[in-house]
Design a binder for this molecule. Sequence first.
Ligand code: F6P
Length: 506
Amino acid sequence: MTDAIWDALKGLAKPSLTELFDGDSQRLDKLSTRFELGEEETLGEIRFDWSKTHLDDAHIAAFEELAGAMDFAGRRAALFAGEIVNPTEGRAAEHTAQRGVGKEESVQLALDYHHKTAAIVEAILRGAMGEVKHLIHVGIGGSALGPALAVDALAEEGSLVDVHVVSNIDGVALERALRACDPQTTMLAIASKTFTTIETMTNAESVMNWFRENDVEDPYGRVVALTASPDKAVEWGVDETRILPFSESVGGRYSLWSSIGFPVAMALGWPDFAEFLAGAAAMDEHFRDTDGADNLPLRAAFADQYYTRLRGCQTRAVFAYDQRLALLPDYLQQLEMESNGKSVKADGTPVEGPTAPITWGGVGTDAQHAVFQLLHQGTNLVPVDFIACIAPGDDLAEDHHRILLSNCFAQGAALMAGKASDDAARAYPGDRPSATILLDDLTPATFGALVAFHEHRTFANAVLMGINPFDQFGVELGKAIAKQIEKGGTTFDPSTEALLQAAGIA
Ligand code: F6P
């Protein structure tokens, strides 16, 4: 059934972007959509412009048929109902419940957990734990990338505490953070869903040693644990009153909305964190209630599938034309590649085509002067997403923001239009796709909706390909071998043995 739909998709005419605009005067209206957050009171607006992609009516109709054949509506209903959508681990995926959208009991549980987090955040900010100027948040992967991105994006000015997110086991990362903090006014947040991850636990121990070396009176009194394994946190020594739990059904890379968002709430205050959740909830409701290509994450997934499976694109690029969103490509790399970088479908059979492209990117305009050459004239077709905000994040009198936005829009136009030249080195082929996400302002709410949009886009892609986006067994083998090396007694291949000997580890 789906083979026939893919065959039909492959057989459709593939007009150029210019031809698509020339042939359909309604194209912009159809594919550039203003999404308003909030019903009674507006929480902001985001424009999703997919008109400079190669989606046309025929492709959209065929992709809608594919979504039907893959039971997109059923899979989406199962997601929001808190059913097992991660069969290999026998789990639901309840990140939307953290935002108030999902199975009733899960929403209630998330609310209870949020109340505890809010109470602790407010108490600390009121001074109940003495003076707290710095927060060192140790975590890795999903327990670090989201908090780092959100703090960077939203706490530009007036951050209530100075947050340092430390993830790497390389001690250089922690030493840098420690140098910037005063031990007497620093708190430690240990963020780990499992509370076993070696990088996080080692970094946490080292912060405790630093407290002790600096005569901090009650080092354990400075610790907060953010985890789905509270028992392990108690065993480790964290006081139960300062363990902020979240449910096992919240995946690591989807956990920013749970207590893992603690440093964000500490930097912004709880009301802003609540607005961040509300912005995501607006996107959840849109995704849950909208059918076909009007559904923005599903429409984006149609374009993603078009480029990976019909045009052979192996990568997709994301450029944030906003310094505050510089970490967004890193965040999306984990979200998309750890979720959909799979070779088998949810039922264990091999996938029929390529799965997640490699997500990469950077910040505009820096990237223009570094990697855009390849986008305009290279032999790889790379679909690009541009993300920008209408309201500036700076207060400078000079027109930085107008120049920034002009450059962003110029790139999309140039990629599409190209430019002929008799001189081959100076010719631009054009017909290169891009999508633009334009936020009216970068607020907690619009930022929440932006991240939730990408979560749902990732899920929609997984459904169209038949894969389970919620497990990540591919990360386990390397971890197991690292443990064997630590333990000693195992012989590896000659190359690895030589490296171990050279480093004095064998
Ligand atoms: O190794 C991958 C991973 O399991 C990610 O999926 C996760 O976000 C990260 O490690 C951290 O895990 P934890 O929160 O349990 O420390």
